[in-house]
Design a protein around this ligand. Structure first.
Ligand SMILES: Cc1cc2nc3c(=O)[nH]c(=O)nc-3n(C[C@H](O)[C@H](O)[C@H](O)COP(=O)(O)OP(=O)(O)OC[C@H]3O[C@@H](n4cnc5c(N)ncnc54)[C@H](O)[C@@H]3O)c2cc1C
Length: 269
């Protein structure tokens, strides 16, 4: 009899601090994703998990000031008054003294996207986190990643952090040409062992895929688009929660979505 696979994810906790940073470089990575490289108070910065994320605090366009909340126990060094404007972003990559955020430019409706589209060297930002790194699951034998552009940085983290022997299928959902989306993964460590496809119908692709007891599926992007994919995996295939990591990164028509809210109100985990 084969042993059940636990797929446990260890957690590493980090000191929660607000870090004052400045833009050091801006580079277009795909037609809709801009890479913002930040420098500044990055001493001790750590991000070890594939789904790590940061709270990013943006300047109030009316005042140009970045307001941040006061934090209680575990204490943060900085608290500034005004309207707090914050969104979640993935640490796309980091090196000593440098942090990259890869931000989707989806227009001026959102303060984060509006900021990113005008970002210039020297502009200030404040980031806090990651609070916790949830590591790649132990026992993982295969990885299926489904990501829209907002989750390309998270997919790249999975590629870098999953053991090299683990096969990966990566399905990309992006509005432009497939080549524009796959270009994001050029040069990403670990991408060589992955099958990367874009511009396909996600649900039929997922349904055609073999999924065994050691396969983990990570689904992230627009919350509504994830619902049928998650239902297929959780309800039809009956996979346990540790095999299906689904996270709504944004929801069409909703500003500042709380990603802790279930993506499927009829079937929360
Ligand atoms: C854990 C986590 C990690 C994330 N990592 C990243 C990341 O690395 N890079 C990244 O770009 N995003 C990432 N996101 C998504 C990002 O937080 C949201 O897209 C956020 O809404 C952007 O803020 P905004 O101010 O631009 O728009 P909001 O003010 O939040 O929304 C304004 C309008 O824009 C729409 N909208 C929001 N995001 C998008 C989008 N991506 N495409 C089209 N329309 C959109 C909303 O539906 C709303 O109608 C992440 C989210 C989470 C929860």
């Amino acid at each position: 009899m084969t042993e059940p696979i636990s797929l446990t994810r260890s957690h590493v906790r980090h000191e929660l601090r607000q870090r004052r940073l400045n833009v050091a470089a801006v580079r277009q990575v795909t037609s809709r994703i801009v890479r913002i490289t930040l420098t500044g108070e990055l001493d001790g910065f750590a991000a070890e998990g594939p789904t790590d994320h940061l709270k990013v605090f943006f300047p109030d366009p009316a005042t140009g000031r970045i307001a941040t909340p006061g934090f209680h126990a575990g204490g943060l060094g900085l608290s500034a008054p005004g309207t707090v404007i914050s969104r979640d972003y993935t640490p796309a990559d980091h090196r000593p003294g440098e942090l990259d955020l890869d931000m989707v430019l989806h227009g001026d409706a959102g303060p984060a996207s509006a900021w990113a589209s005008r970002a210039a060297v020297g502009d200030p930002l404040v980031v806090a986190g990651p609070k916790t790194s949830k590591l790649v699951p132990d026992g993982l034998t295969a990885l299926v990643l489904v990501a829209d552009e907002s989750a390309f940085p998270a997919a790249a983290r999975w590629l870098r952090l999953a053991p090299p022997a683990v096969p990966v299928t990566l399905l990309l959902d992006a509005p432009g040409a497939p080549d524009d989306a796959t270009r994001y993964f050029d040069g990403v460590t670990g991408a060589q062992r992955a099958t990367i496809r874009a511009g396909l119908e996600l649900e039929s692709e997922l349904r055609a895929m073999p999924i065994d007891a050691g396969t983990v599926a990570f689904l992230a992007g627009e919350a509504t688009m994830l619902v049928p994919l998650r239902r297929y995996l959780r309800r039809e295939l009956g996979l346990p929660p540790q095999q299906v990591i689904a996270s709504g990164y944004w929801r069409r028509g909703v500003a500042g979505l709380d990603h802790h809210a279930p993506i499927d109100a009829d079937d929360p985990d």
